[in-house]
Unconditional design. Structure first.
Lengths: 152, 152
DNA sequence: ACCAGTAAGTCCGATAACTGGACGTACAGG
DNA sequence: CCTGTACGTCCAGTTATCGGACTTACTGGT
């Protein structure tokens, strides 16, 4: 019973996907990054069913990715804003977008251009925080850690 | 009819998620990155229903993310391998993992440690390919592009 | 030859999730 | 009073996912 690297693997990718992996969740987050913080806008820009959008926003708020704030009391109006955790999802959005730009544009121009404050069109490179080099899968060695099984 | 920035927004994030956004898809890819290239292994390590795994692998192969290769003809056995497009999903996996490590570990150690070839534990930073600075959402200005609508 | 085991799926009935649209409520503006 | 907008909820129909049993094709032992 010592080879207990649990069988459905415990993994941060899986945990993250439990929150942002449901349909429409990341598109809602994308819209907030693009400045569309209101329910109806998100519905329109993503194409998600209102019902589903409601459910996703609830999950995202509960998970601490978004905050729901009233912006007007008297026509009761709300905004969804990114928390720090939400802002930290930017690399996820960017890398998904980058991949789509690379492999799914079918020769046509990319649907959206991002301009970085340095003045150039944004290209994202995921780098190692220690050495600064771009991260390639073959340069990374994974070591699963034992579950804290109650072995005193 | 000129304000045609299409209503369900055309977007590379959405396009990418159509391929890798279904349940279990990215976990299957994760397993291949971890070296588990066989059907049964992926089922065991992810916990996905066999049925669903079959469907996901078909989609991923059709999309050019994975390749299904026979590794033995006579007990008929197969391996799923990453194509270049698949390898380029590494930043997506890494950034999802990093977020989970940061926000979903509940004080406990991270379930997996990645060691970079530089000798240090991997921390990923998404940087601008032009200036090298870490990318923050507030430093990026998005410009949607007009659909190629058949004007003129 | 027979039995057990493994790999890679397929098949199935039950449950859960998503879908599109109608509807409700609360207000503003004319 | 009537229209319009924002933010949802509700519902019935469709689709997806679930877990487990089953199939096919072998290998290796006894």
């Amino acid at each position: 019973m010592t080879t207990n690297l649990t069988e459905p693997r415990t993994c941060s990718v899986a945990r993250t996907l439990e929150i942002v992996g449901e349909k429409w969740a990341l598109l809602a987050v994308r819209e907030v990054f693009l400045g569309n913080r209101r329910f109806d806008e998100m519905v329109r820009k993503t194409g998600a069913p209102r019902d589903t959008m409601t459910a996703r926003l609830k999950t995202l708020v509960a998970a601490g990715v978004l905050e729901r704030q009233p912006v007007s009391a008297h026509p009761p109006r709300f905004e969804y804003r990114l928390t720090q955790a939400g802002l930290d999802l930017y690399p996820v959005i960017i890398s998904l977008m980058q991949w789509g730009d690379r492999y799914l544009t079918n020769g046509e121009p990319t649907p959206m251009v991002l301009t970085h404050s340095c003045g150039h069109t944004l290209g994202a490179v995921t780098t190692c925080s220690s050495c600064g080099d771009p991260i390639l899968a073959r340069d990374v060695r994974p070591t699963p850690r034992r579950e804290k099984d109650n072995d005193l």
